[in-house]
Design a binder for this molecule. Sequence first.
Ligand code: NAI
Ligand code: MG
Length: 504
Amino acid sequence: MTDQNTQHPLAMLDSTRAFIAAPRRMLIDGEWRESETGETIDVINPADASVLCRVPGASERDVDLAVRAARRAFDDSAWSRMKPTDRERLLLRAADAIEAHAREFAELEALDNGKSAAVAEALDVSMAAQCFRYMAGWATKIEGSTVDASIPYSPSNAYFGYTRKEAVGVVGAIIPWNFPLLMAAWKLAPALAAGCTVVLKPAEDTPLSALRLGELLQETGFPAGVVNIITGYGRTAGAALAKHPGLDKIAFTGSTPTGKAIGHAALDNMTRMSLELGGKSPVIVLPDVDIERAAEGVANAIFFNSGQVCTAGSRVYVHEKVFDRVMERVAAIADSMKLGPGLDPSTQIGPLVSARQLDRVLGYIDAGHAEGARAIAGGARGDGTGFFVKPTVLVDTDHSMRVVREEIFGPVLVAMRFSDTDAVVKQANDTPYGLGASIWSNDLAQVHKLIPRIKAGTVWVNCHSLLDNAVPFGGFKQSGFGRELGRAALDMYTETKSVLINHA
Ligand code: NAI
Ligand code: MG
């Protein structure tokens, strides 16, 4: 690892350079603070393993301060008395502020996570801004219902019933490192639209964009304590947040094992929870496909964001009639992809986020080889000191292998062939996960037969991993609880209060 303040040969904005030039602090109750223990965490650039800057490592006491600040802001401040139209206005301003700093956010994501800045600007940052704008609209549309009650044991009285949707309260949000800014937006925007206050913990591997967002939200005019951003390790700060009795709700995106630990901690306090967890999403290619289009779709489904996507199409099932032709093209696409740092505009595949993920993914590739799988593309680490893995396609795989059963979270595809619909449904569903799936075909009857049989929160047809702020997103089975985005997101940040009025 090289020293701090390594010279970055690739062009970046002065504002990006300035942001990483000094140690960052975390946002608690409207103030930028160090950890009370003085602990810091090195922020690593995965493209060359250099240290970009440092952030505080929050302690249990820091977490407690942040939760208390969020509680005060929820109970007492101008925030709790704010009209929905004013919350809407703040969220719209936040969206504008994100867009105004789009390139800076994209560069921070490229430096901290490794992803392409060009892709991040077009996708992560614009989706994050749109998420704030979309959720802003809901702030004024949170509605209950009216009920004409007919209570049989009280015939002489007349009752009118109605429901109110009230903000759930103080939200703890723990997010992963694969889409740092976007995941922050997915948690913050609906929580704030509903009138909640938030303690957000970004992943220790990618804290920078959330801290920059915290600055912009402050400038936008969110009152102190409404948004708190603490940086820290999962096992300390994350665990302290998950078990904090001062939370009303915890929202998590990350791995299934961590999600289960958070769920257990939350249940002890009866804290409401939503969990968006891992996946091993199948891609099903039917025999009528255009070979080139299908191959590009299959390659994008796995290699986008270096495979570090919860819905990554990491298992492909190709009909035996077209298997060889499709997979030969997928392998050629994989071989042609240019590895490089996210700030290089020609990069097609960036490094993995951390040395730990590099080891994990290389370990899976080794396990695949040991179990008899054969790489028709990649299968090894990329060149240089960065955490690069060559886009890898494994064939001769079956459902007994770890590479087929477990979430790898890297640019590694396992490919299998099938001969009939019943068999491919069985294979696609033979997983503990149920986040996404895609079907590639223009055979309408086949596609419609398959959709209800696939156990997944989202089924894409002739596309994969596409998201829209208006379309609910979440998992079946061990991929989690709850739905983010769309109107469904509001349900996760509100409680229903029922009111009965005797007006006899
Ligand atoms: P992780 O799920 O442990 O980390 C995600 C977030 O949870 C981070 O903010 C982390 O600090 C926090 N965290 C970790 N342990 C915690 C605990 N005990 N209590 C509270 N918070 C905690 O994921 P990790 O370890 O970074 O990656 C390991 C694997 O997880 C990956 O290889 C991948 O398979 C999966 N993963 C899945 C993601 C998804 O979007 N489905 C995102 C990130 C990782
Ligand atoms: Mg990093």
